[in-house]
Design a protein around this ligand. Structure first.
Ligand SMILES: O=C(O)CCC(=O)C(=O)O
Length: 267
């Protein structure tokens, strides 16, 4: 008899196959949500005050905020990236030796504009392999609603032929998107080939806090260069699993240190 969690994972696996995304509600307890949210709110406020909250190239306007490098900003975020439910879902999409590519947050604010419609493996040359090359897990630290900017998807677009897609042809599909919300403590897992975007935040005063764990096949360069970006005092706090996820385990001759035999598994 599968556990309730296993049943939720099984349902999510089916949704990922059919629609290219899946919401799993009730993964985090209210206490876990509060701990992560409080920490994120504090970091986001500090980064706004320090003027490092914006990259002017982002098109979703001055009301949304990204927070980068979350592995350096609290063990509570590492726990999300290595949560067993997230790893089980991503393990169903990618090679078992998949890596954590980056760990960031996306906070929508009132009047935040939608992100451009995109898929997450735009650097993978076409034709793609039959399975996704990357996957995302967005942790909902607030209820995600259509009004506050829940992620929007074009269901099933992961199965389409992406040849010839460009910014214009993707933008033209905005009318096909559906907002996929969920209660705080849920996650949404995303196949790297599905078209999606952050929704517009049309609320008067709500911020939507999401933590985004981005994973990739073990043969892809990671978005965040962990060797350079992880702070020296953070390395010893990482679990053995997280050390593997950031790339310290060799994969078929990749990720060696002075050759494959010198130091064995670097975990
Ligand atoms: O925060 C969201 O709703 C989606 C973010 C996203 O698609 C991205 O960062 O690539």
């Amino acid at each position: 008899m599968p556990t309730p969690t296993q049943r939720k994972v099984d349902t999510a696996v089916e949704s990922l196959a059919d629609r290219g995304f899946a919401v799993v509600p009730g993964v985090l307890s209210p206490e876990e949500v509060s701990a992560a949210r409080e920490q994120l709110v504090a970091i986001a406020a500090a980064e706004r005050a320090a003027g490092i909250d914006r990259d002017p190239r982002w098109e979703d306007g001055p009301h949304n905020q990204r927070v980068f490098g979350l592995l350096n900003k609290g063990a509570v975020f590492a726990a999300l990236a290595e949560h067993p439910v997230a790893l089980a879902l991503v393990g169903g999409l990618l090679d078992p030796a998949f890596l954590l590519s980056s760990l960031t947050a996306n906070i929508t604010g009132p009047q935040g504009r939608p992100m451009y419609l995109h898929y997450d493996q735009d650097y993978v040359p076409l034709p793609w392999p039959p399975a996704p090359s990357v996957a995302n897990v967005i942790w909902m630290l607030d209820d995600f609603t259509e009004e506050n900017g829940a992620t929007r998807f074009v269901p099933g677009s992961h199965l389409e032929d992406h040849t010839g897609w460009d910014a214009e042809s993707m933008a033209a599909r905005a009318g096909e998107t559906v907002a996929i919300g969920g209660p705080a403590g849920a996650l949404v897992c995303i196949d790297g080939r599905v078209l999606h975007q952050t929704g517009a935040n049309r609320t008067g005063g709500e911020r939507r806090h999401g933590v985004i764990a981005y994973y990739c096949q073990p043969w892809i360069r990671q978005q965040e260069n962990a060797s350079l970006s992880l702070l020296p005092d953070v390395w010893p706090t990482l679990s053995a699993r997280m050390r593997e996820l950031v790339g310290l385990r060799m994969f078929k001759g990749l990720g060696c240190v002075a050759g494959p035999t010198q130091r064995g598994l670097r975990v």
